[in-house]
Design a binder for this molecule. Structure first.
Ligand code: 5GP
Length: 120
């Protein structure tokens, strides 16, 4: 899938749409999810143009991958959920329920989150 320059997170990165920023470095931006699923729901995105987790792992440089992973855990600390626990989610593609085609990790916490996935 080709990267869509008009996806909502690309527009946030360009400053065309506001966000509640939590953390930023040369390679990464983290901001609050507009429709939080829990008391803590922060999105972490690479600044590079990657559609999905697979795209990121295949095409990003080692510097970007390390920066992204470190940033996730800086945000976990900033949001104060490291000790109580949290969940990292990367939805991908149709079955994964990915809505925004710019790779992102959800950091979710602040309450017990229950089962990882509904068993049907
Ligand atoms: P996905 O389903 O792609 O894994 O998650 C996309 C997430 O982006 C959703 O949780 C949704 O609430 C969030 N989102 C969608 N549009 C916006 C927006 O304009 N601003 C922010 N901060 N979050 C958004």
């Amino acid at each position: 899938m080709a990267y869509d320059d008009n996806n909502i997170f690309a527009r946030i990165l360009r400053g065309e749409i506001p966000c509640k920023k939590i953390y930023e470095d040369a390679h990464t931006l983290a901001f609050e999810d507009i429709n939080p699923a829990a008391p803590v729901h922060t999105l972490v995105i690479p600044k590079g143009k990657y559609v999905s987790a697979t795209d990121f792992s295949e095409k990003a440089s080692e510097v970007e991958i390390v920066a992204f992973n470190r940033a996730i855990h800086k945000v976990v600390a900033l949001k104060g959920v490291a000790d109580a626990g949290y969940r990292l989610i990367a939805n991908a593609g149709l079955n994964g329920g990915q809505e925004v085609p710019h790779f992102h990790i959800h950091i979710i916490g602040g309450r017990p989150l229950g089962a990882m996935v509904q068993r049907k």
